[in-house]
Every structure is written in C-alpha cells, then in structure tokens.
Ligand binder design. Sequence first.
Ligand code: UDP
Length: 238
Amino acid sequence: MTKPRYRRILLKISGEILTGDRDYGIDPEIIRQVAQEIKEVVSLGVEIAIVIGGGNIFRGMAASSKGMDRATADYMGMLATILNGLALQDALEKIDVDTRVQTAIEMREIAEPYIRRKAMRHLEKGRVVIFAAGTGNPFFTTDTTASLRATEIGAEVILKATKVDGIYDADPALHKEAHKYEELTYLDVLKKQLKVMDATAISLCMDQKIPIIVFSLKERGNIQKVVLGEKVGTEVRG
Ligand code: UDP
C-alpha cells in the first residue's frame, strides 16, 4: 500500500459544498459522502483536523452589504459554522469515526472550547477534530481560520476542498477558456489576486511555509488521492 504523503493535515471544507445542488443549507447525502471520504483517510493513519465554513447558511459580508452591522453579521456567520460542524460530527460518528468539535466561541453544552493542546491530544489519539466558529473574531474568514489552526497544530498541509477542481485564471463556470494552474507560489496568488483564499490566509501560509492544495470534493476519492500524493487540483507553495 502507498504510504501517505502527510502525517497531519488540515482539511478546509467550505460551507457551499454542503449544499449540494440546493441553494441553501445542508444536503444530508453530501455530508454522508464527505464523512465517508474522511473515514477512508483516517484509516490510512493520517491525523485530520477540519475547519468548516458557514457560507451555505450565512455569510457576514453579504448581510452587512444589505445594511446589517458587520460584526453582528460575522458572529451569525460563525454560528453557522457551528451548525455545519455538528452536522459533520453526526455524520462521522454514524460511521464510527471518533470526533471532537471545538468552538472558538464557547458553547460548553454542545462542544469543547478551542484548546490547542487538547486538540493535538485528540489528533494523536486518532480522533478527527472539527474546528468551528472560525477564529472567534469578526472580520475574518474560515480560510484564515484554516491557516491559523494549521500553524497552531503543526499541520503539514492545508487541503482546501471546494466545488472547483483547482485554481483557474478566471471563473471556469463563466469562462470556457479559463486556464487551470498546476502549481502557483503564494506571491502569484497575491499578485494575480486569484480568488483562492483571502490575502490574510495566504500571507499566513506564506510566512509559515504551509502548502495549500485546492481541489474538488465533487469527484469521489479526491481527499485520499491528495493524501497519497497523487497530483490533484492546484498546489500553492513557496
Ligand atoms: N466568520 C468570522 N470570523 C471567522 C470565521 C468566519 O466572522 O474567523 C464569519 C464570516 O461572516 C463568514 C462566515 O463566518 O462569512 C462563514 O464563514 P466563511 O464565509 O469563511 O465560510 P465558507 O466560505 O468557507 O463557507
């Protein structure tokens, strides 16, 4: 059997994946599939921490553009990530994957608060740790949360699972001639203003030399392929 390329990974799952073909919310079938893929990677002995987004339920920026106070809207967005986190935990536990949810905003009745050392201990024990509520601060995104938590827990890579199979020079849904990049540097992403992750998230990864692999979750088995070192999606590194 091929040896995994990584020992500890940070998987970023955007909220929009969870909607499937709906406009809003969580598609139970999609979350079951995602959980199954995660289980396959756990069985390779890879430690997995997950940062989950909330865009399928609520996005702070969108609400604030319609007149809502930005900080309040962002707190609502962070709560949305907790809904997704609990749904993913449920789906994973249904298939016997041990998990812990840790929230950056305390909610002790339903999840642990974020404690770095505790998160690392869970990972060492083979549990999947789901980080919810982003960084706990408004004006940030769950992409920034992914780079922050990856740095804190010593993850070797960020796997950013999206609906698109990599990074393109234009939106492939709108432009047929859009070109997909195989590899990019952090500076390329910043200079070309590619919409991979926000600049704060990219800058932190650049400082910490954490590679980012952007790939599609629509294709079955992709997380495992990336973990086993197959060329999937686009890799961003120094
Ligand atoms: N958010 C925030 N601080 C954080 C992380 C998230 O305020 O540290 C809020 C923000 O309003 C964001 C929402 O939570 O729009 C949902 O997260 P995001 O848009 O990053 O989710 P994704 O696009 O991955 O689904």
